[in-house]
Design a protein around this ligand. Structure first.
Ligand code: H79
Length: 587
């Protein structure tokens, strides 16, 4: 299996690197051989980080020569095919006088974020740090003339916030021999020239000029060969053995796994450590018109969801060209921070759920002798938890320590709850159990999925600019047709599904809006082909109903995602999709 193999190769690689380092280099004996392992264990404990996308693209902020460009803002040079000579002019206008490293780091701390990753160079090729390797950098090419990364690294260190750099190693639209810019540079590429001339020198600068880095975050691997990537990895580890490398370095050479942008695995994923990079709205780099902010309740739920599944959450802000993190982002992050200040015990240092998740009522994290139930969607006066074989000694709300009455019969646990949530975002119930680690009945374990599996809109990645999530009905809507990036829901099984499945959809649609064909597709990795089921949205009189879809669909462990959308027309755009249900066929 793809992912399993990548884990082994990572471990094997880590061993090779560390053994080699010890064998060949005298004087490195003091360096622990397992620097990467220790860094990973620490990374696993801290759970929540701030991603910062900051660069020249914050000036156009989604608009070029009066025209609005759809999609993620930091891609505007590519989307508008802006010539290098024109885009470069932005640097002479980049003067972020309101930048304050202390404020940014303090915001991260207030949000409960324990690490920070900032774009040192995005695909546009502009270095946001002082670089000797290329004059196309913030110190040499802007009126600002200072290196903000020095201050930011120091402000993070002061607060014990881990610090790391995003670095676009493969795409660089400023360079003729890098991948991406075919409007200025249509000729053949010699990646070695770009690699030796820019990437290696700059990565060395980043790893030697800013103190210890928690990690380096590469993105969109593509043109670089396995040999080149191996050399890049060795460069990083030779300079800072404890600097983690994400999987987007390419060729399975990372220390930990990245899910897709905004992609959360549907169930527990425990084959290796992983991280979800995610946006607060629909862009990474600042876009002035994007006000589609996610609700703090959803983000707090997602944090619990991700940690319950074994991941870290790297949540993005896109500062303006003046150096200001948008007010709305600040407000959202501080709300998350308030929840974490009370409930952090259930997040930091916690292990993932030993259970699979039958629905979206609760999630679960674990510490020695304790099970934390995160109640995300209030079930009313009773919560049933099946499969816990450990005896529960005590149950109480984490927020106020008030006891929760419960009955335990075999492996069934019933908790009595008030009619309303104790915390409007996520009420955590602590179960103190008689075992160090919870014993769970086999049928309920995280790696044993039920034959009927619900994929909720709640846990899907929302693709496209118009699609919306409605918290009141837990459903997604506004599946309008779009020229780029279809408005769709995507679910990521990451190896948890294998078999043939029948599908049901649960949705509501006003009768007059009925009629559009819908498609449920499985995207195979490494090839364009997809497998799909089609049906037609029938009216439900506005009530939520479940309907079977004709046929069955095969899902393999290596498949990328399952999607729902209206590919042909959007007469039924206002359909509300609550969930799709996969029913595994026997045999
Ligand atoms: O840094 C952020 C993104 O810029 C970067 N990863 C996160 C962390 C990223 N690089 N590539 N992608 C994400 C995939 C982008 C695909 C698209 Fe497009 C860019 C879809 C719309 C704009 C390329 C251009 C494909 C269609 C148009």
């Amino acid at each position: 299996m793809f992912i399993r193999r990548s884990l082994f190769s990572c471990i094997a690689l880590a061993l090779v690197v560390s053994v080699e380092a010890r064998a060949c280099l005298p004087g490195t004996a003091a360096q622990p051989a397992d620097a990467t392992g220790e860094a990973l264990a620490h990374f696993d404990r801290i759970k929540f980080g701030m991603f910062i996308h900051w660069g020249l693209y914050a000036i156009p902020a989604g608009e070029w020569k009066g025209k609005y460009y759809r999609g993620i803002g930091e891609w505007i040079m590519f989307r508008a095919r802006i010539p290098v000579r024109e885009y470069e002019q932005l640097a002479s206008r980049f003067n972020p006088l309101k930048f304050n490293a202390e404020e940014w780091a303090q915001l991260a701390q207030d949000a409960g974020m324990r690490y920070m990753v900032i774009t040192s160079k995005h695909h546009d090729g502009f270095a946001m740090f002082g670089s000797k390797a290329s004059r196309y950098n913030i110190v040499d090419a802007t009126p600002y003339g200072r290196d903000p990364m020095k201050e930011l690294a120091a402000a993070c260190a002061k607060r014990n916030i881990g610090f790391g750099f995003y670095y676009s190693q493969d795409q660089d639209w400023h360079e003729p021999h890098a991948r991406g810019n075919d409007w200025d540079f249509p000729h053949e590429r010699k990646p070695e020239i770009y690699l030796r001339g820019k990437v290696f020198p700059q990565v060395k600068e980043l790893l030697t000029g800013y103190g210890p880095l928690s990690l380096i975050w590469f993105d969109t691997p593509g043109l670089l060969s396995e040999k080149q990537v191996t050399e890049l990895r060795q460069l990083v580890k030779s300079l800072q053995p404890s600097c983690l490398i994400n999987s987007r370095i390419g060729h399975n050479k990372g220390d930990y796994f990245q899910t897709g942008d905004n992609a959360i695995p549907i169930q527990v994923y425990s084959r290796m450590k992983w991280e979800v990079p995610a946006t607060l709205n629909d862009t990474w780099g600042y876009k002035k018109n994007d006000q589609n902010w996610k609700d703090p309740a959803d983000l707090i739920g997602k944090l619990a969801d991700i940690v319950s599944k074994g991941g870290n959450y790297l949540l993005n802000v896109g500062p303006t060209a003046e150096g200001v993190i948008p007010e709305a982002s600040q407000r959202i992050l501080r709300t998350i921070g308030k929840w974490l200040a009370v409930n952090g015990e259930s997040i930091y240092g916690a292990s993932p759920s030993p259970f699979h998740f039958p629905d979206i009522t609760w999630r679960c994290t674990v510490k020695p002798g304790r099970v934390y139930l995160h109640i995300l969607n209030w079930p009313g006066r009773q919560l049933m938890l099946n499969g816990l074989e450990s005896r529960v000694r005590r149950a109480y709300f984490l927020a106020n320590r008030r006891p929760v009455t419960f009955r335990q019969k075999g492996s069934a646990l019933a908790l009595d709850l008030p009619a309303e949530p104790v915390d409007p975002y996520n009420t955590v119930v602590v179960l103190e159990i008689a075992d160090e680690t919870p014993r769970v009945a086999e049928a309920y374990r995280h790696d044993r999925l039920p034959a009927r599996l619900d994929l909720y809109a709640w846990s899907a990645r929302l693709r496209g600019e118009e699609i919306r999530y409605d918290r009141a009905t837990l459903s997604a809507t506004n599946f309008v047709k779009a020229e780029t990036e279809r408005n769709e829901l995507w679910w990521y099984p990451y190896g948890s599904l294998d078999g043939e499945y029948e599908v049901e959809i649960t949705y509501s649609c006003e009768d007059q809006a009925a009629g559009s064909p819908f498609r449920i597709a499985v995207q195979r990795s490494g090839q364009a082909s997809r497998e799909e089921l089609r049906g037609r949205i029938e009216g439900t009189g506005g009530r939520f109903l479940s309907r079977g879809v004709e046929g069955a669909i095969r899902i393999r462990p290596g498949d990328q995602y399952i999607s729902f959308g209206l590919p042909e027309d959007d007469r039924s755009a206002k359909v509300r999709l609550w969930k799709i249900t996969l029913v595994r066929r026997a045999g």
